[in-house]
Design a protein around this ligand. Sequence first.
Ligand SMILES: Cc1cc2nc3c(=O)[nH]c(=O)nc-3n(C[C@H](O)[C@H](O)[C@H](O)COP(=O)(O)OP(=O)(O)OC[C@H]3O[C@@H](n4cnc5c(N)ncnc54)[C@H](O)[C@@H]3O)c2cc1C
Length: 420
Amino acid sequence: MTAAHACDVLVVGAGPAGIAAATNAAESGARVVIVDEAAAPGGQIWRSSSHTHPPRAARHWLRRLRDSGAAVESRAGVVDVERRDDGLHVLIEREHERLLIDARAIVLATGARERFLPFPGWTLPNVFGVGGAQALLKSGMNVRGKRIVIAGSGPLLLPVAASLSHAGARVVLVAEQAPAGRVMRFAAALWRRPSTALQAARLRAAFVRAPYAFGTWIAAAHGDERVTSVEVIDADGRCRDLQCDVLCAAFGLVPNVEVARLLGCELLEGFVRVDERQATSRARVYCAGEPTGIGGVDLALAEGSIAGRTAAGLSPAAADVRRRNRLRRAARELDAAFALRPELRSLADDSTIVCRCEDVRLGQLDSSWTTRQAKLYTRAGMGACQGRICGAALECVRSWPPDTVRPPLRPARVATLLPE
Ligand SMILES: Cc1cc2nc3c(=O)[nH]c(=O)nc-3n(C[C@H](O)[C@H](O)[C@H](O)COP(=O)(O)OP(=O)(O)OC[C@H]3O[C@@H](n4cnc5c(N)ncnc54)[C@H](O)[C@@H]3O)c2cc1C
């Protein structure tokens, strides 16, 4: 059976950006629906958990969302979306049900995912993403006494190392690929944002006994049934072997821009291009949070607040605009500080699996091909994740631009795709 809704503003994604957008739009009197694939609103950072107490900001925004009157649809993933003259028509799979939503305007707040770069051994059991390990921890994973190596890039390494340490893990090493000089220059500029500097210092203090090595990255993971050791290398070519039970590895975040691309929104350097009001190049389509640029929770909230108000036909609040502009400048500095080094493009050898869903190895992919050819000849990118992991990796390793986006945007039941 098909359920149907009509609303003024549909918000896709119930992370901080989507929550702020839905709340602001609904508080202005618009009829709002917010949908998310996850079991509850919160997104990556405020993912609900019976093991942790949500932070004050999460409690504040979740209460405001509930009181705003916006309708929340959880476990509801967007499968297809179409723009017509009278608005947007969105096909959603909610649990196992087909749901159609007609909206006058849409706010895309689809967040980001981790960037995984393939290296020998990255598919071994007990090798997780950095944020993935955080998510598992929030769902109750027991890491007490486990030796953990964290390798990758960006500020997410800090809270994850702190949480793992707090949960009783022994953090053996945090390996940041960015060179110390670049990160230190960035850190020195944090005097302009003392609360960020203080938060970073607090997080570092939580795993103070673990070494934090800059200019160091993962070369390979070893083990038979699961990872038992990792090899890290530094800019001077020095290699080290470290015994461990768990490896967390990821190299920053990749924006989720598939829904925006399906709607034909213009991208700029891989991010959705938006104007001052968070409007995309497509009429009635707004975007907020990580798809417009990786910038953290406060920027996501500011952009979401602006997008929600403009999608509902109001002017954005001046304070939100000021906050967004300031935080965007900080995000650009952060991005430059943690830019990926070229050596990371050649971690995988010919025998390394690059597409985990379809078991395709790097050596099977001719470097003269395009992403489409790789799909057609080897099925790389055709599995359950629909290229979300290997697509981003091959963009880095082979410099292949992403393939076109087509519906369904996610695996869906045939009954969801067929009109009744
Ligand atoms: C795995 C991971 C873990 C992270 N952990 C932390 C952390 O511990 N601390 C920290 O400071 N920052 C963390 N971050 C960064 C944090 O997510 C951002 O700083 C910020 O909060 C992003 O907010 P957002 O609303 O833009 O996106 P998100 O919080 O990512 O929310 C986007 C939402 O959109 C939903 N969505 C996406 N596509 C669809 C679709 N097609 N249909 C329906 N729903 C959809 C997703 O399920 C998600 O809930 C993490 C990021 C990732 C990727």
